[in-house]
Design a protein around this ligand. Structure first.
Ligand SMILES: C[S@@+](CC[C@H](N)C(=O)[O-])C[C@H]1O[C@@H](n2cnc3c(N)ncnc32)[C@H](O)[C@@H]1O
Length: 226
């Protein structure tokens, strides 16, 4: 990465890095098709390529066999996760919209994943998560209603094995989407109290090793160490 030593240079450098991160590992045909379907349907913004690459990296780094995704959408994040998981890994993905999951199934097939690599569960996350088994998952990825993130964190810590990873997208959402006036946001961290709460818990809990990655809309993650 090039450093620019001038007023505003840091900002130029950060912009360059973020742009490079999204373009470094660009979306291929199946991911572009999933994004186009999401654009057509509306209401389920796919993760950015750099976020997908980070998820794939995390999934690969810990040899993920079992992952839970909250927010299937039209399948973009699922494809990235499946590509990082072991060849026999199974993705469990939850969404309350059947049409999005229909598109996700199509996207997974186009990306070459057979049906036994994923399990799509239709329903509200907070109704579905209690039905999943404790301590059996390697990775939990959350990408739905940020106001429910504290509840997802509690569920994820129950579902994950020791050494597993929880990750949250949309940590840096625009104030208008958070229901706040732009003037209220003296930017020093996430705008929504629920997101701030999760960020603080991940940082303060000795049993967790946290990380914030400024990719896409902001990815917050932690390894469960105990
Ligand atoms: C941002 S989109 C997910 C995009 C997807 N991760 C991707 O990268 O393609 C959020 C999804 O969460 C779903 N959703 C919203 N609230 C939910 C809830 N309480 N339980 C389950 N799914 C929910 C929406 O239907 C939508 O598909």
């Amino acid at each position: 990465m090039r450093s620019v030593f001038c007023p505003g240079g840091i900002i130029a450098t950060v912009h360059a890095a973020l742009g490079y991160a999204d373009g470094y590992l660009p979306e291929d045909e199946p991911l572009l098709a999933a994004r186009a379907n999401a654009d057509d349907l509306g209401g389920c913004e796919p993760i950015r390529p750099a976020t997908g690459a980070a998820l794939r990296f995390l999934a690969a780094a810990i040899g993920t066999r079992t992952a839970v995704e909250i927010g299937t959408g039209c399948g973009s994040s699922g494809i990235w996760l499946l590509r990082g998981m072991r060849p026999d890994g199974v993705l469990t993905s939850v969404d309350l919209e059947p049409e999005y999951q229909r598109m996700a199934r199509k996207a997974y097939a186009e990306a070459g994943f057979v049906a036994n690599r994923y399990r799509l569960i239709l329903g509200r996350a907070l109704d579905v998560l209690p039905r999943l088994s404790d301590g059996t998952y390697d990775l939990v990825f959350c990408d739905t209603d940020v106001r429910e993130y504290p509840d997802y964190l509690e569920a994820a810590l129950r579902l994950l094995r020791v050494g597993g990873i929880v990750a949250f997208d949309d940590v840096v959402i625009p104030p208008e989407l958070a229901g706040l006036e732009a003037a209220e946001t003296d930017w020093g961290g996430p705008d929504l109290p629920q997101v701030r709460e999760v960020a603080e818990i991940l940082r303060a809990d000795d049993r967790l090793t946290p990380l914030f990655l400024p990719v896409g809309e902001g990815l917050l993650a932690a390894v469960k160490r105990a």
